[in-house]
Ligand binder design. Structure first.
Ligand SMILES: Cc1ncc(C[n+]2csc(CCOP(=O)(O)OP(=O)(O)O)c2C)c(N)n1
Ligand SMILES: [Mg+2]
Length: 807
């Protein structure tokens, strides 16, 4: 080890030994601080002050080495073990560490998520107060962590790819706030056991193909909670089995390093080298950091003594990376035992004090809230006949020196129940306080699901498509193509990628000729790997680009739905609005042929992606308008084009790239006084067909296209239509109880349309089974124009059997 120490010392030749020593001691201080936080953090959970703890102990030293190689503009995409790194780059203080553990909802105290995520989930702020971008190239960046293991991998690909785009896309202004000529590295971390996940392999392969500046560190402690490496990894050695990815003189690939996690000197050397290779050559690197430990076991939920034998526990004690670092500092005469002991004592004190300060900052506002409500409750009890019983509840709250918001509100609500029939000003005061308190706290725990910025998609105003006397009827795919052409021409940061999206211009030719015109960097083919297509979208968007990530068919969205749901949909919410990723996900679906090309699983999707707008245009004119709207906003959206609509004729607008379809605004496609029929997407054409048939039997339906499922009818316009017809039918191609149930809940419950109904509100959807293949398969699986006719007729029959007889 001495030799490597000399090597680092030489590599740092500019610094004299004293400065070098100072840096080493500083690193050691961070390691000790981090460890102390972990130790005290666990105690805070065991004594009940915090709910759950998962810490970075046993992984400190490699993170110091990583932090040295991490530069401004770089991005991290990691997991819950990285607290030491966050401390080393100056983005996590002791107070903030504990604020996260306690779930402080004040973003100034708990900048990672304002208390929304459990501790150990890290983030930096990419956005200013008003939602505009900060200068990311002059700060150290961490994308916001998520808990699903390996879920951080797909976005890592996009974060790394962004550097490649910035280096090679000359149309983008050099003075952009995101990149200095693509010199930024995206650094990923993942636990050894989590490399078993498909996301890891998919990301790894894609990074090798794309040749992007990514460095993945695997923190290898041989375990994934209790499960040993022999159940996780072939040969129990991730870098050994990844060896085929190693680049050589003939083939591009990865650079692969393996290094022991307790060997500070070797780690510093490795990280420096890895950073340089990735940064300069744009080659991905794997660093397998071996021989790490878990001094306190996996998390506060259990103890590792249950599954590690005495030999392993002894080995872990001896190979504790902080201990090894300490020994190294002493044996290389950078510090004496006494010096380090003194320093450790000081740090222990600092951490204790930081913890105390964090607790006070957390509990004080809550105690103040308690102090606000107590006198109001006491006043109420004092004038009530039920006062004795009320006082019991009040006393319990008063005696609770460390209350939580739940107990405060619960007490107030329970006390109020004693005086339901009384009517006093004291009661009104409590009611007012509760209302105000609930509003404030619901916002503290619930806002930022969508953007509040000026560029919120809801602020984008409608611009109608224009037509002139020369406007032709064209195959609708031409509208998509020419609109994409306009967008790519206008916005250099827009890029489109997906399976077959590049060379042939997508399977339906909606991007025909675009690669030729705008180049492979901006219009590209990808491998068949939906999760990382989504990850590319998220990572690129996190770094200021405007990706349109294409998922070939709606049916295959399931492959990336987890990432959409866990990562993209939660991003704004989990960072309390401090990060954004305005990705547009392009796909096509609803109806064509057979089980896997007719998917319309909209209910499933909208349940899982709250936080992403879900747009379901009925034709290509509307679809193109939605792309234009979303590009004017800073939010993510899923746009589902109608798979059977590309060859249908539509009139070509003259203001392509300019007209905008607003979100949350349904459109009445046809008036009629008998039934309001609400639908979306491909199904609308069938409703229109049925409407013509119904006219022949004197039934006049009104047709509403909801246009967007999320958001849904923001002005509650549909109930206004129902007021005229007093009948409501919702039609879609999803399973029964899918998106149609969602629409029904919105109209009947939220918009209170039940007040105006003369008939039972009804849904007509597809069958529960997947759609069968062929014309007849479709007819007997999905709602047809005949089904819609029959349903409407039956509704009218029930209302007026004489005029609309059935037998
Ligand atoms: C998708 C998913 N499955 C399971 C879990 C529960 N879980 C949390 S951590 C963990 C073990 C991870 O082990 P490893 O990747 O080796 O990381 P380490 O904790 O050892 O650093 C598991 C199974 C999860 N968070 N996400
Ligand atoms: Mg592990």
């Amino acid at each position: 080890m001495k030799d490597t120490a000399v090597a680092i010392e030489n590599s740092q030749s500019k610094l004299d030994r004293e400065d070098f020593k100072k840096e080493l001691i500083n690193d050691y201080k961070v390691a000790v601080t981090s460890r102390e936080c972990s130790l005290l953090g666990r105690r805070e959970v065991l004594t009940g002050k915090a709910k759950f703890g998962i810490f970075g102990d046993g992984k400190e030293v490699p993170q110091l080495a990583w932090a040295r190689a991490f530069k401004n503009g770089d991005f991290r995409s990691g997991y819950y073990r990285d607290q030491t790194f966050m401390m080393a780059i100056g983005e996590l203080t002791i107070e903030q560490f504990f604020a996260g553990l306690y779930a402080n909802t004040d973003l100034k105290e708990e900048p990672m998520s304002a208390g929304r995520q459990m501790g150990g989930h890290f983030a930096t702020h990419s956005l200013n107060e008003d939602g505009t971008w900060r200068n990311l190239k002059d700060q150290k960046n961490s994308s916001a962590d998520i808990s699903p293991t390996a879920g951080q991998m797909p976005r890592l690909l996009g974060l790394a790819q962004a550097s490649k785009v910035y280096r090679h896309n000359d149309l983008i202004d050099e003075n952009n706030p995101f990149s200095h000529n693509g010199n930024e590295v995206a650094w990923g971390t993942i636990g050894n056991a989590s490399t078993s996940e498909g996301h890891f392999w998919e990301t790894f392969n894609a990074a090798g193909v794309l040749q992007v500046p990514m460095v993945i560190s695997v923190w290898d402690d041989e375990y994934g909670i209790s499960v040993h490496a022999r159940h996780q990894t072939t040969k129990q050695d991730i870098s050994k089995i990844q060896a085929g990815f190693q680049r050589d003189e003939n083939d591009q690939g990865f650079e692969i390093f393996k290094v022991n996690g307790w060997d500070y000197a070797a780690l510093v050397e490795t990280y420096e080298k890895a950073g340089e290779i990735a940064r300069q050559e744009h080659v991905p690197v794997l660093i397998h950091v071996n021989e790490l430990t878990q001094p306190q076991g996996h998390s506060t939920s259990g103890s590792h003594e249950r599954y590690k034998d005495e030999n392993r526990l002894k080995w872990e004690r001896e190979h504790d990376c902080n201990l090894k670092f300490r020994e190294w500092l002493i044996s290389n005469e950078f510090a004496t035992d006494e010096e380090l002991t003194g320093l450790e004592k000081d740090i222990k004190k600092q951490v204790r004090e930081g913890k105390k300060a964090a607790w006070n900052n957390f509990i004080k506002p809550i105690q103040n809230e308690k102090a606000e409500i107590l006198p109001l409750l006491k006043n109420l009890a004092a004038q009530s006949e039920q006062g004795v019983f009320m006082q019991k509840e009040i006393d319990a709250l008063e005696q609770d020196r460390e209350p939580n918001r739940k107990s405060i509100l619960q007490t107030a609500k329970r006390v109020l129940r004693y005086v339901l029939k009384e009517n006093t000003e004291q009661k009104v005061a409590v009611q007012k306080w509760i209302k105000n308190y609930e509003t404030i706290q619901r916002a503290a725990y619930g806002d930022n699901l969508y953007s509040h910025s000026e560029k919120s998609a809801l602020n984008v105003e409608a611009v109608a498509p224009t037509y002139n006397e020369n406007s032709e009827e064209v195959d609708a795919r031409i509208i998509m193509r020419d609109n994409f052409d306009a967008l790519l021409g206008k916005h250099p940061e827009v890029m489109v990628f997906g399976e077959d999206a590049g060379e042939i211009g997508d399977v339906n030719q909606g991007l025909e000729g675009m690669q030729e015109k705008y180049g492979e960097l901006r219009v590209s083919d990808t491998g068949i790997r939906e999760a990382t297509i989504m990850g590319q979208g998220i990572g690129l968007a996190l770094r200021g680009l405007r990706p349109i990530a294409e998922i070939q068919y709606l049916d295959y969205l399931l492959y990336c739905l987890q990432i959409m749901s866990d990562d993209l949909a939660t991003l704004s919410y989990r960072t309390a609005g401090k990060q954004k990723a305005p990705v547009i996900i392009r796909t096509r679906g609803h109806r064509l042929e057979g089980i896997w090309h007719s998917g319309s699983q909209m209910g499933g999707i909208i349940n899982l992606v709250r936080g992403i707008h879900v747009l379901v245009p009925r034709n290509m004119t509307q679809a193109a308008g939605f792309y234009n709207t979303m590009l004017a906003s800073d939010e993510p959206a899923l746009i589902v084009e109608c798979l059977n609509g590309y060859r249908l004729k539509e009139k070509l607008p003259s203001n392509l790239g300019e007209y905008r379809v607003p979100l949350g605004i349904p459109e009445v496609l046809k008036g009629g006084g008998d039934i309001t029929v609400v639908s979306y997407g491909s199904t609308l054409r069938l409703v229109q067909e049925a409407a013509e048939e119904l006219e022949k039997v004197d039934i006049h339906i009104e047709i509403i296209d909801v246009q967007t499922l999320l958001p849904f009818d923001i002005n509650h316009s549909i109930v206004e239509q129902v007021k005229n017809t007093n009948r409501l039918l919702v039609v879609d191609e999803d399973v029964p109880g899918g998106a149609s149930a969602f629409i029904m809940q919105k109209i009947v419950d939220e918009q209170e349309a039940y007040r105006y109904l003369d008939s039972k509100p009804q849904c007509l959807s597809a069958r529960e089974h997947r759609p069968a293949y062929g014309t007849d398969g479709d007819y007997f699986s999905k709602p047809s124009a005949d089904d819609i006719f029959d349903k409407c007729y039956a509704m009218m029959h029930e209302a007026n059997p004489k005029n609309y007889p059935l037998d």
